[in-house]
Ligand binder design. Structure first.
Ligand SMILES: [Zn+2]
Length: 148
């Protein structure tokens, strides 16, 4: 599978429709109307962690007519293209992270929210050797939170 280098895509903070189209083209995706609309919702407000269901609700609220299936497909296409990073939390729940750099997460079990952990605040030691013919692609750390 093609994997673009992580953390190399710099997203402009102010995203106009034109910038969104450029961003999509730069990632090798045709800027269809639905992709542009969804990319705008995803990337216009800085880093966020979002599920397909939440993005779908947001789209409907903003009068963007898309089906949940289209939202799923688009999120996976964006992930393949290196615009998003997938964070699997548990079971069927997948979050899509607009911050594609290598970082870890807090997961709030009560609210279901994901929060970034400052890079450099966790050190991983004693990683096992990958089995023959394989290499470690990345290490995911999820620190689960409950209310005190
Ligand atoms: Zn994150």
């Amino acid at each position: 599978m093609h994997r673009p280098p992580q953390g190399t895509l710099k997203l402009p903070t102010e995203l106009s429709q034109g910038n969104v189209a450029k961003l999509l083209r730069g990632a090798g995706l045709r800027p269809t109307r639905q992709r542009v609309a969804l990319a705008h919702l995803l990337f216009a407000e800085g880093d966020r962690h979002i599920t397909a269901e939440t993005l779908h609700e947001e789209a409907l609220t903003k009068k963007v007519p898309v089906s949940l299936a289209t939202v799923y497909n688009t999120l996976h296409q964006f992930t393949e293209a290196g615009l998003l990073r997938e964070v699997a939390v548990e079971g069927a729940k997948t979050y899509f992270d607009t911050n594609t750099s290598n970082h870890y997460h807090f997961f709030c079990e009560h609210s279901g929210r994901l929060l970034d952990i400052a890079t450099g605040s966790i050190r991983i030691e004693g990683l096992p050797e990958a089995p023959d013919g394989m290499a470690i692609s990345r290490v995911d750390v999820l620190v689960r939170l409950v209310d005190k």
